[in-house]
Design a protein around this ligand. Sequence first.
Ligand SMILES: [Zn+2]
Length: 393
Amino acid sequence: MSLPPLVEPAAELTVDEVRRYSRHLIIPDVGMAGQKRLKNAKVLCVGAGGLGSPALLYLAAAGVGTLGVIDFDVVDESNLQRQVIHGQSDVGRPKAESAADSVKEINPLVKVVVHNEALTTDNVMEIFAAYDLIVDGTDNFATRYMVNDAAVLLGKPYVWGSIYRFDGQASVFWAEHGPCYRCLYPEPPPPGMVPSCAEGGVLGVLCASIGSIQVNEAIKLLAGIGEPLVGRLMIYDALEMNYRSVKVRRDPECVLCGKNPTVTQLLDDYEAFCGAVSEEAQEAASGSTITAAELKSWQDKGENIYVIDVREPNEYEIVSIPGAVLIPKGEFLNGSALEGLPQDKKIVLHCKSGARSAEVLAVVKSAGFSDAVHVGGGVLSWIKTVDPSLPAY
Ligand SMILES: [Zn+2]
């Protein structure tokens, strides 16, 4: 299925532009007309992180006339392993500004629009409306569903990508011509079931593999060439080194783009829709949450406690709270960890940020350890308030 180009061509290319883009211009499928379309195109990249970095660099180099970048975060040292649009001297700077500087350095002919803010239900419709195409480089389900809903409601196509460890996926969602993200994933995964890259890690170069697929698809859509990745999901396995694509059909029952849609505007709260933590976990944590500083003072006073880190072994190796025993969350969910727990000590659970430990707390409490607690904010809070000399990750 080929689709008509998304944008009309610009009136002309300057002499400088003809020189700069000559390797595009001599490709018959791109040519002068295609390059003029890129010049006229307005593309928004959501996130200047792992996927946004290569995407923005290549969109800029390709001559996309207007590039928007939205990110509320600042560059952290742990980003530099994969977020190649930022450099050492950018650590601490807003990502959107750092990315904009790199784009201008690569191609001063690109107009960059910096959105140094979080994408929210209050601004997403207005921001998206100003662009022809969106490249989604977000790393969390709440934003992903919001991006999808806004794009469908506005009738805009977007190029989606996702990465985890050695596995990547990409697709183009455009409800006018194919399925939307909700057709593929009608429900967000249960909270805590799918680890994020911050929890599970990601091979840095995987970002380039998936980000470049996203740019490839963006260029095809803008110029109206080739077979777009509409209605297909591309799955990349970097360890096996294979790509396969599976058909994704539009779901006639889709709540957003189906025959009888029930979602006709943005949801009020995407965080709640994706459930930061489950109801059981919230209930278990209520009144049973301590701070990292409290844990430290319990340890200093020699309280009779048993501290359990429910993260994964790799995370434990990077940084751990002194005295904590590693028992990954999965061993609680399958029940195997329960019988080994000491009956005569108070159980103190923690993870990286407090979400996984709250889930485990619900399991532990319902197994009879009613005085168990978890550490709000987890290791991150420990590093911040107790021992800033530990490496943040
Ligand atoms: Zn749909």
